[in-house]
Design a protein around this ligand. Sequence first.
Ligand code: DHB
Ligand code: FE
Length: 279
Amino acid sequence: MARLVGGVGCSHVPAVGAAIDKGKTGDPYWAPYFAKLEPARAWMAEARPDVCIVVYNDHANAFSLEVIPTFALGLADEFPPADEGYGPRPVPVVRGHPELAWHLAEALIMDEFDLTLVNEMAVDHGLTVPLSVMFGEPDAWPSRVIPLCVNVVQYPPPTGNRCYRLGQAIRRAVDAFEGDERVVVFGTGGMSHQLQGGRAGFINVDFDTRFLDGLVADPEAIAGIPHVEYLREAGSEGIELVMWLVMRGALGPEVREVYRATHVPTSNTHNGLLVLEGA
Ligand code: DHB
Ligand code: FE
């Protein structure tokens, strides 16, 4: 049986990727943030996942506004880093796990989650930055990756509750996979941030703290947060936090909080990093 060994919640701020790629992690602006990553990276080195299921959103790079899948699962052997306007990030190609991905496709669709299946896809900062945060700068990513995209760019995104239930279904599917893979699930994006309009730069540390506390201890309540509350309390891009609920759903009812770090500012975002294990 494949085994779910933990979950990671992680912001995916593109400037964090640029700081790594340009060798600026020791700069005064960045050093305090990067220092906070070390315990999470140490946990990851011990967790040694064979596969990471990375729940993230594409930011109109792989998908344009012509086609907007609510949930899209990546089944390919590999996923190249996307060119987001400055050339692709100089990070390794992301290697997939088609066998587990096709198992997830079948199990989740039979479980009544209607996924879009994707055989070819470039992956943007939403996926590559969390890999850099957790794995640093290896020559090759030490884990296979199954990308699971969630639409949080074009209204209407899925509800938090739907994301939480999807996570529970992912757990059932992983538990049923005949293999000995160690699996980590990432929920990425967030926390509070707004990139546009009159409230650009909006950050709400109180909301984010309540979100993290609730995500750990009372995820059913957090799953009930309506879209309008994310918009009001966490800014227009705070809705990315629903993807953390997929990760939380996969871990089961009780969890142990292994590590939490938050940092403000990184670019426009209150940056969050959370490591959980099933209790
Ligand atoms: C920023 C954060 C994001 O989640 C994103 O997708 C793009 C930019 C930011 O804080 O700059
Ligand atoms: Fe984003």
